[in-house]
Design a protein around this ligand. Sequence first.
Ligand code: MC0
Length: 143
Amino acid sequence: MFTRIDHVGIACRDLDAGVEFYRRTYGFEVTHTEINEEQGVREAMLRVNGTDDGGASYLQLLEPIRADSPVAKFLDRNGEGVHHIAFGTSDVAGAAEAVGAQGVRVLDAEPRAGSMDSRITFLHPKDCGGVLTELVQAPDSSG
Ligand code: MC0
């Protein structure tokens, strides 16, 4: 059902400073940036590696664009750090249904728009051992 770690989402107060840290320290380069108004973030995707299923794994740096957004609330409460983990799947709706059937709260009734034209849904952290968990379907559905 899940084929890879699609990304690890990291909350930053200053996206450009975060990008510079990962470039300087590890050599990771930005392959994509966008603003997701619905989620209230400005984000940068740093590709770490390709995977056997044709997908890839990324670090996703997130800077809030609104004070009432989930990432802004997270920063106020915890400071900078890992905000969520995301698993890749070729069928995000089916995967959410299967996980939801096990009693985990699925936070989106229908998949929403994610990075790079993906479809995403979130699972409640309180049902996932304290880890906000995201399911991601890449646009070509290769997983
Ligand atoms: C909140 N909690 C977390 C957490 N955020 N625990 C672990 N990791 C996180 N990131 C905990 C709080 O500490 C609190 O625990 C409890 O959950 C309720 O948090 P709250 O903020 O007071 O309450 P809610 O219910 O308003 O919001 C929490 C919830 C929300 C997870 C439901 O943030 C949400 O819907 N998140 C999904 C969307 C999201 O995060 N979008 C931003 C990334 P205590 O013990 O104090 O009760 S967008 C993204 O990543 C996209 C662009 C992409 O990947 O493509």
